[in-house]
Ligand binder design. Structure first.
Ligand SMILES: C[S@@+](CC[C@H](N)C(=O)[O-])C[C@H]1O[C@@H](n2cnc3c(N)ncnc32)[C@H](O)[C@@H]1O
Length: 299
């Protein structure tokens, strides 16, 4: 297995981190690939091939990041993203993905082809996944969709998703953002750190003629500017543990959050993490070894 750890933040903080990682251990020197910069921001990519070493490495990196964040200005927030490079979903070129399918009964995902007409059913989503995560076939995406659907139909919630503003953090192809819109959301902002995925999400939003109501922003928490009634975050566990601490700042009082991307065996750990942040867990679901939580921010 191969994991990519991508770390992004203000350029000066990233340069300091790169220097410290190199001084810390030769293992970081050999795996460090690039320090690039764009609009005053920097990125480092590290590769890890041993799954057993990943958590320990992430913890060590997180400790250094915390020190750097403390010694720089309060805005010097550094984000970390982990991608399992061995995992990929079927792409549009794959026969399996070429057929329309229902990740949940109320939503149909129609793979895009140039000859396809615009669907008239609001429950049909046109999707060209390119190389991004989010065809709707992965259990974590399906768990998020299941919970969104339950919320949309929950009569004890005054409006479900109807008329709500939604943040889809780590939007991949933009599928959850598009599904939220078809369930009645008024506006969705999708945030995606990976430039290729952000590009794919923008394209999918345009294919569904929703560019006026879904905005895709490339980046991480630094591009989130307002609080939301609904936040969706389907991220791998390590990224959720590290970056999930930002979630409460961007949720309105009484707002709802759906998180997924972790193993079913990590549900209790995740419940503890988010309860400590002030959330009340309303639901936990599992599917094929993957877990998801729905929760509400206490007033
Ligand atoms: C598991 S995929 C989920 C995609 C889609 N939301 C879905 O449910 O199918 C996680 C996505 O989050 C993105 N991501 C990971 N860490 C991030 C961060 N710190 N900020 C923004 N996006 C991030 C990844 O690039 C990836 O596209």
């Amino acid at each position: 297995m191969q994991f990519e750890i991508a770390i992004e933040g203000p350029l000066s903080a990233i340069l300091a981190l790169s220097h410290q990682l190199r001084n810390l251990s030769s293992e970081f020197e050999t795996i460090q690939k690039t320090v690039g910069h764009k609009r005053g921001r920097g990125r480092i990519f590290l590769l890890e091939t041993e799954k057993e070493l990943l958590d320990d490495k992430l913890l060590r990196i997180s400790r250094i990041i915390r020190e750097i964040e403390r010694s720089f200005s309060p805005e010097a927030s550094i984000d970390i993203r982990v991608r399992n490079l061995s995992y990929s979903e079927p792409s549009i070129g794959d026969g399996q993905f070429a057929r329309p399918f229902h990740p949940i009964p109320s939503i149909a995902v129609q793979p895009w082809t140039p000859s396809l007409a615009q669907p008239t059913d609001p429950g049909t989503i046109l999707l060209d996944p390119e190389h991004a995560f989010g065809t709707g076939r992965h259990p974590t995406t399906q768990l998020c969709l299941q919970i969104m659907d339950l919320m949309a139909n929950d009569t004890s919630l005054p409006q479900g998703l109807l008329g709500q503003e939604v943040l889809d953090f780590g939007c991949g192809t933009g599928l959850l953002a598009l599904a939220a819109m078809s369930m009645g959301a008024s506006r969705v902002v999708g945030v995606e750190i990976d430039p290729q995925s952000a590009k794919a999400a923008k394209r999918n939003v345009a294919l569904n003629s929703l560019s006026h109501r879904i905005e895709i922003r490339e980046g991480s928490w630094e591009v989130v500017q307002e609080k939301y009634q609904f936040v969706l975050a389907n991220l791998v566990a390590a990224a959720l543990i590290r970056t999930g601490r930002h979630i409460p700042y961007w949720v309105k009082e009484g707002g709802r959050v759906i998180v997924s991307g972790f193993g079913e065996n990590q549900i209790d750990e995740m419940k503890g993490l988010f309860t400590d942040m002030g959330f009340i867990i309303s639901q936990d679901l599992g599917l094929n070894g993957w877990g998801a939580l729905a929760m509400e921010l206490q007033g």
